[in-house]
Design a protein around this ligand. Structure first.
Ligand SMILES: [Zn+2]
Length: 129
């Protein structure tokens, strides 16, 4: 591969990666939504990815969670371990996304099988005619 082509394909891969990954600005915008439990699907997956790979955003998420939950708990006078709770929340969220993904795969295959069955029936009808 010559140099020009190599740099072209490199540029392309950088562009795709940037498009696929979530940036810090978008992450911050989605934090309140995530804390409310209103974020899922592909954006949820990217949110998790970014959380795991970006130290700054991870810390920011911690702070926002502490401020938000801490204020509410102090008013109630509860005992709490928020660091632990946030880890649990993240772990639970990861499980939820995984379950959703599996559901989607199952639905996809069921639809594919249903489509095949229809084709099969049509073929049978056609052959009998
Ligand atoms: Zn970030």
């Amino acid at each position: 591969m010559n140099d020009a082509r190599r740099s072209k394909s490199k540029r392309k891969s950088i562009r795709t990666r940037r498009k696929a990954a979530m940036d810090c600005k978008e992450f911050m915008k989605l934090v309140p939504l995530w804390l409310d439990g209103r974020l899922d699907g592909k954006r949820g997956v990217k949110f998790l990815e970014h959380m795991e790979n970006c130290k700054d955003c991870n810390e920011e998420l911690h702070i926002q969670y502490l401020v938000r939950e801490g204020t509410a708990r102090l008013e109630n006078g509860d005992n709490f371990n928020l660091d632990r709770e946030l880890s649990d929340k993240v772990a639970l969220y990861r499980k939820k996304l995984h379950r959703k993904h599996i559901e989607n795969v199952i639905i996809y295959w069921m639809e594919a099988i249903a489509a095949l069955a229809i084709v099969f029936i049509l073929v049978l009808v056609f052959v009998k005619m």
